[in-house]
Ligand binder design. Structure first.
Ligand code: ADP
Ligand code: 5GP
Length: 206
């Protein structure tokens, strides 16, 4: 039997553009996916759950994981560490899952270099920087200082949007959700190309 091979879908975009909201809205329309739960040193926000939104660890624990080579990628974002653990990703890929990452532009570059063949990526943003500020303010999860840092970082992150395969402006949530589902579907269809030898031997029936 043909071994199942998974695919990776990376979502990036300024904090507050609506990545988590979009993902929650589209999960019902995507089958057999695995959301990569990142590890972070930032403080949990009100309502965030350990092991669901993130694995929250101390700076020392994170640095120990870096030393032990536990991360597929990691980066410092807004003054905190964020990283993707290797083990659960490998397991999900082996099971043929669509592995979804919500990571920043630095993480995207690293994963591209390591696993380019199986990566599809999408950059998501608000229509304007002003709208991003409104969303971050209305979300009421971060202090003014934290919001300022995120807005400052967003000015730099937006410059990377052309490094991605797709671009979504999350203005109308339903429209953006449909676009994201279409991208997830095409990522899966593309994954059929990934196992050339197996496909040929199965087709030849050898
Ligand atoms: P991210 O995961 O990118 O940091 P969130 O999903 O937390 O962003 O969204 C930030 C805020 O913007 C939340 O309060 C969310 O309800 C709101 N939001 C998300 N998408 C839209 C949209 N299309 N229109 C208006 N508000 C939105
Ligand atoms: P937040 O603190 O708003 O949850 O996330 C801040 C930023 O960190 C977002 O741009 C998000 O995509 C990014 N991020 C979350 N997890 C990871 C990760 O594992 N690796 C990298 N490189 N970035 C991450």
């Amino acid at each position: 039997m043909m071994e199942k091979k998974g695919a990776i879908l990376i979502l990036s975009g300024p904090s507050g553009c609506g990545k988590s909201t979009l993902l929650k809205n589209v999960y019902k329309d995507i089958s057999d996916y695995y959301f990569s739960i990142s590890t972070t040193t930032r403080e949990p926000r009100v309502g965030e759950k350990e092991g669901v939104d993130y694995l929250f660890v101390s700076k020392e624990e994170f640095e120990e994981d870096i030393k032990n080579g536990h991360f597929l990628e990691w980066a410092e974002v807004h003054g905190n560490y964020y990283g993707t653990s290797l083990k659960p990703i490998n397991k999900a890929l082996k099971k043929g899952k669509l592995v979804i990452f919500d990571i920043d532009v630095q993480g995207h570059e690293i994963v591209r270099k390591k696993l380019n063949d199986i990566v599809t990526s999408v950059f998501i943003t608000t229509p304007t920087l002003d709208e991003l500020e409104r969303r971050l303010t209305d979300r009421k999860t971060d202090s003014y200082a934290v919001i300022s840092k995120r807005l400052e970082n967003a000015r730099y992150e937006i410059k990377s949007f052309q490094k991605y395969d797709y671009f979504i402006v999350n203005d109308d949530l339903e429209k953006a959700s449909k676009e994201l589902v279409a991208i997830a579907n095409i990522t899966r269809i593309k994954a059929k190309l990934y196992d050339k030898d197996e496909i040929i031997s199965n087709w030849l029936d050898i």
